[in-house]
Design a protein around this ligand. Structure first.
Ligand code: GLU
Length: 472
């Protein structure tokens, strides 16, 4: 793509979809239906900021209703536009299909710079946006369930919940109208770190495939791998944390104003605290400054994790990228032109709509928790511990041997909510990796992992249409 062509994110998603559709057997009309965004709501609303009235532009796009509710985050950024929200909504459909989360895709966005507003004004904007969604039936536990995305978090989700409950009093499942809430407001433990943890589980599973690693000239496993993470927001921070804890070396962390590099490995929490204190990631003690985030992407490493925004690796800079694996933690960080460069260079791209699905997977767990009105582990924890104590006691009595205290603690432990969420996420990411890899292996003409992931997603969504029928 030349730098003066206007980049369409939705166009890029359509391009990847078309590339994969050729490897499926579905009718042209069904494929066309899957590709389109079913419902698009573009709104303007006034908000009083200080003495002035500001007109705010916002969106909610429901890409697919093959399963309901629709699901997807809400983004606060000046870069929000209709094309971007449509692309992100479409990615949500494919993402949910790949990880077997029974939702259609959606996305929302408000075109503002959240840093320019006080918490009080942001609350007003968020509440007004929510009431617009309620009026048009674009939110609800059975229709459309928002979540955090770039520029939003637990605080905004709590405001959305409160506005919904105020306008829909007495609705018993109201807590399920939004996910990513604070734990004290119906959130689930593990949601905050879910996307970063899912990125780690996904890459770890890929790195555990010996023949794939051999092809890339890498050893099996994530231990000792040199990782660069671009973006130290919620996703990037947690991805870096889990890679470091998993034995990888995070040699570079990049933010919009530059990057820091240390061949021996960086601790993301220390870098984060440094940024909080000084206002910049740069000048971190013991690390080398890298002038720009773009420069950091081009440094030599084993695993590159773009965890910020879309379109950061394109036809221009892709030829200069020197990694072996790219793990798309952000949505759409690579353009289709970059994909072609990496296919020819033999670089493995682990695609966004699979790799960053940890967030929506745990959102699904949160939604189930809200509908069941009970915390995970509450019913079985004590029962499991009592049962395990009994089994262990019987074994010790029969063998007249005693297990160590450490082993005893591990064996007897009944599951807490966090244990169940982490294991549910781990299983989801491992199963999705295997499904995509099997699809890729079964057709040697499929050129890359993204195309294989799309084939898996298209087959699932199209099967839904085929089984449910299309209303005459
Ligand atoms: N915004 C996240 C994503 O892009 C999470 C969506 C959700 O939890 O619904 O996947």
């Amino acid at each position: 793509m030349s730098s003066n062509t206007v980049y369409s994110f939705f166009g890029a998603v359509e391009k990847s979809f078309d590339k994969a559709a050729k490897f499926t057997k579905w009718d042209h009309g069904v494929l066309e239906q899957i590709k389109q965004c079913n419902s698009v709501y573009r709104m303007h609303f006034p908000v009083k900021i200080g003495e002035n009235v500001e007109v705010v532009k916002a969106y909610r796009v429901q890409h697919s209703h093959h399963k309901t509710p629709c699901k997807g985050g809400i983004r606060f950024s000046t870069s929000v536009n209709l094309d971007e929200v449509m692309a992100l909504a479409a990615l949500m459909t494919y993402k949910c299909a790949i990880v077997n989360v029974p939702f259609g895709g959606a996305k929302g966005g408000i075109s503002i710079d959240p840093k320019k507003y006080s918490a009080y004004d942001l609350e007003k904007i968020t509440r007004r946006y929510t009431s617009e969604l309620i009026k048009k039936n674009f939110i609800g536990p059975g229709t459309d369930v928002p979540a955090p995305d770039y520029g939003t978090g637990e605080r905004e989700m709590a405001w959305i919940l409160d506005t919904y409950m105020t306008m829909r009093p007495g609705e018993i499942d109201a807590l399920g109208c939004v996910t990513g809430k604070p734990i004290t407001q119906g959130g689930v433990r593990g949601r905050r770190e879910a996307t970063g943890l899912g990125v780690f589980y996904g890459i770890r599973q890929v790195c555990n495939i010996p023949e794939l690693m051999k092809k890339l000239g890498l050893s099996t496993g994530v231990e000792g791998k040199r990782v660069i993470v671009q973006g130290l927001g919620n996703v990037g921070y947690h991805a870096a944390k889990f890679f470091r804890e998993g034995g990888s070396k995070v040699i570079c962390l990049a933010e919009h104003d530059g990057a820091v590099y240390n061949e021996k490995g960086l601790n993301e929490e220390e870098v984060f605290q440094h940024k909080k204190k000084t206002g910049s990631i740069k000048d971190f003690p013991g690390a080398k400054n890298i002038a720009s985030s773009n420069e950091a992407l081009e440094l030599e490493c084993d695993i590159l994790i773009p965890a910020a925004l879309e379109n950061v690796i394109n036809g221009d800079n892709a030829p200069r990228i020197k990694t072996k694996i790219i793990g798309e933690a952000a949505n759409g960080p690579l353009t289709p032109e970059a994909d072609e460069v990496f296919i020819s260079k033999g670089i493995l791209v682990v695609p966004d709509m699979y790799l960053n699905a940890g967030g929506v997977t745990v959102s699904y767990f949160e939604w189930l928790k809200n509908l069941s009105h009970v915390r995970y582990g509450r019913m079985e924890k004590r029962f499991t511990e009592n049962l395990n104590t009994h089994i262990l006691g019987t074994i010790e009595e029969l063998t007249t041997k005693r297990v160590s205290e450490r082993e005893r603690e591990f064996i007897m432990h009944g599951p807490d909510e966090i244990d169940l969420v982490y294991s549910g996420l781990e299983e989801t990411m491992m199963a999705a990796t295997n499904e995509i890899m099997n699809c890729w292996k079964s057709n040697p003409d499929i050129p890359d992992m993204r195309t294989a992931a799309y084939v898996v997603a298209i087959n699932k969504v199209a099967t839904s249409y085929a089984e449910l029928g299309i209303f005459p």
